[in-house]
Design a protein around this ligand. Sequence first.
Ligand SMILES: [Zn+2]
Ligand SMILES: [Zn+2]
Length: 287
Amino acid sequence: MMKIEFLGTAGAIPTPRPGCHCELCERARRYGPPHARMGPSLFVHGPDILIDTPEEIRLQLNRAGIDHIAACLYSHWHPDHTMGRRVWETMNMDFRQWPRQPRCTPIYLPERVAADFKVWLGLDEHFSYMQRHGTVELRIIPDGESVTINGVRVTPIPLAAAYVYAFLLEQNGRRVFIAMDELVGWSPAEELRGCDLAIVPTGIFEFDFFTGERRIPVDHPVLKSEATFRQTLEMVHQLAPRRVIFTHIEEPDGNTVEDLARIAQVLRDREGWDVTFAFDTMVVTVE
Ligand SMILES: [Zn+2]
Ligand SMILES: [Zn+2]
């Protein structure tokens, strides 16, 4: 059984955003989840696999009561997915012990992510530093290969943007497809069709879902770098999962929890999908 907990369901711009007093941010401050969203991360209970470490990861792990992480996967180098990386020192180091006996967490990097870590944000430098202290052990997954972690087979799936991977998790014939971000330009391979659960980034709202009114100017560069919600829906059509959950929900898109619930209802009625938008602390089970 895989039990998936959404530790953080925001994208690059979590909710509430310091200094912002929009309705979304004010409700998030007042009520917390489901209105408040921390950076993108999720945890798979059972195999105890963490995917990505946004800057709030320490808070997220405490909130979820997660004591043990068997392994961490990184989907790509972008800061909203990696900037909580110091959590490995926080969790695994205890300076009262001498000689040092740190806990050590295996960190799995798909091949291209490992290469990017050497180029961006000092990631390789910091992870090598932690590895020297013994709090992490870096393991590269070559393209086309899988690893098995506590009985779950994990396969990195390269997406269209060359720097990012989704992950296919398989156990007892169940298949869970998890894309943390960056579906731009992607179309799913045939073998992913009909997976039991697909977790995908929502994409940005170029258009208002209900009125069709344009929200983002046609020449805005973000439309080249990010998949839109409409494009994401097309990918879900092709993927045809038994269940789909949208996450990586950006504050600037301005959708309230109620807006997202209404959109999900329209998709259920119109497409017949089993579809929901994730919120922080949400748990789903695949058995
Ligand atoms: Zn992201
Ligand atoms: Zn706001």
